[in-house]
Design a protein around this ligand. Sequence first.
Ligand code: SD4
Length: 331
Amino acid sequence: MKSRRNFIKLSALGSAAVLTSSCISSEKDSKEETKIPKIVAKPIVISTWIHGMEANASAWEILKNGGNSLDAVEAGVRVTESDPENSSVGLGGLPDRDGFVTLDACIMDHENNCGAIGCIQDIENPISVARKVMEDTPHVMLVGDGAKQFAIEKGFEETNLLTENSKKAWEKWKEESKYQPIINSENHDTIGLLALDESGNLAGACTTSGMAYKLHGRVGDSPIIGAGLFVDNEVGAACATGVGEAVIRIAGSAIVVELMRNGMSPNDACKEAVNRIINKHKDLTNMQVGFIALNKFGETGGYSVYEGFNYAQYDKNSNQMIDAEFDRNWG
Ligand code: SD4
């Protein structure tokens, strides 16, 4: 109760801070308010995994010039989508078991507008298609052939997303064709990116080729608003990486945001969501899931089931990798 009260005070403080300056010192004004952050850090951008460094840099170019968080998150993850060396997102993503590269993505802004694309083929930047769904249609999500048709109508070019490397990997997998789409210590790389801009507005984007060698048509958490990504401009934003089915089961990113609304720090909220996943699954073998979160004050956090999850954070001081805390070791 106490922490919830503090968060409400924090919220009032935060909006004042957002309106006046990018760096506000908020001295404790009563003994009770021990949790108040001293600084409102903005702009700031965080994103999952090492490829987040490059994505952040692209987002930062927009944020540092006073650009908005929505443009920043889109520009950021487009870099990862267009990188053929990355085998879990966009071009070069590993295919499903039938050899089709199918992509999932979603985007959300500070007014709860959102757009999503599920299981789209032959389009390099699904995040931008998701943004078009958000801005140019009354819908939130388009999938499969309809999503591709919409993208082409909007001027996106068809691209073969199966690179030589991904094709080779799939052909090698086919030698055994073991249907084991798993997220282990090597196989995970979705990018989720969250930004808070100079005006104090939050946005988020999430994009992936999903689990390698999944069933054709499978859609994970990444394009599902509330699972792979959630943004509430009053509170904060969160996104997920890892086994999508587990994230969907607990409405992962929405839960992280609600926990922050109730007074938790981003780190504690991510930890609590991970604990929920742990408690709801009897078998945690290969069940890697990680969350990152960013609140209205620019505080960040991340937590995962297993060791090895990290995220990139770009703020006024630096662009750096941060190791997330975790519940357990792989071994
Ligand atoms: C999915 N959550 O499709 C994605 C995969 C992922 O890091 O995050 N990999 O289930």
